[in-house]
Design a protein. Structure first.
Length: 255
């Protein structure tokens, strides 16, 4: 099923008739684009924070982009820049929002946990949480093979420090090991952080206002085999570098 946040019938997120700020749509974008294997539609200009606040003749000033009048859209005109399509007429706010949309959609295309993986909702385990507001935060997991994507989404305007309960059922259903410490990478920023994933201990995470984290975690499953090769000194030079001509000998002796 196709997911979308804006279309020709609805008022623009950034319009005065709806959210009034395009950044408020970022948490919804991450959730809608990443929680399933569905395609995601971006209505033209949404990625730039189009206001839809023009007085467009028959349609009028209603927070929508008209489909009845011969009209042009301000943010698209800026991006088009007289046919150069270089975005030089865009404001810094336009460019920043556009970069976030690019990042989220690229993640959707590159991460198999999103395009092929299973979904696990964590909200039922975090109702009335002592450091989690279910009315302003949302959390879930996606998993594919030995990769987990841990989503923590903040619809609040303020930075929050949340404590997320990951129930035992999540570990059983997703077949992931319990660990006191995992190294996770936030796909939105590239930043690395240490988190715990345990059924009896909440996972602590900080998330900025109108933002989200997509923490990618690798783990070793039971089928993973680790092969340790003990390389004889005779197959290395005096600097400890393996001689290329000796690689065949090494692997032929590996059991």
């Amino acid at each position: 099923m196709l997911n979308f946040l804006e279309n020709h019938d609805e008022q623009r997120i950034a319009s005065d008739f709806f959210a009034g700020n395009p950044r408020k749509g970022i948490p919804a974008l991450i959730v809608s684009a990443c929680m399933n294997t569905n395609p995601m539609m971006i209505y033209f200009g949404q990625e730039f924070g189009e206001l839809g606040m023009d007085s467009e003749g028959f349609s009028g000033r209603d927070g929508r982009t008209t489909i009845f009048d011969y009209w042009s859209v301000d943010s698209i005109r800026r991006w088009r820049n007289g046919g150069k399509f270089d975005g030089k007429m865009l404001t810094e706010e336009h460019k920043h929002l556009y970069s976030i949309y690019q990042k989220v959609l690229t993640i959707c295309n590159e991460e198999q946990a999103i395009s092929k993986g299973v979904f696990f909702d964590l909200m039922y385990a975090n109702i009335n949480g002592w450091r989690f507001n279910e009315h302003k935060q949302y959390t879930f997991m996606r998993k594919y093979k030995n990769e987990i994507l841990f989503f923590i989404i903040n619809f609040d305007s303020q930075l929050v420090d949340v404590a997320i309960n990951v129930p035992s059922h999540a570990f059983d259903f997703l077949q992931i090991p319990q660990m006191e410490s995992y190294q996770a990478t936030d796909l939105m920023t590239g930043a690395k952080e240490e988190i715990s994933l345990l059924p009896y201990k909440p996972t602590d995470v900080s998330v900025g206002g109108y933002n989200g984290k997509i923490l990618k975690i690798y783990f070793l499953n039971k089928k993973t085999k680790i092969c340790i090769l003990f390389i004889p000194r005779s197959l290395m030079n005096d600097r400890g570098i393996i001689l290329c001509t000796s690689l065949k000998q090494i692997f032929s002796k590996a059991v």
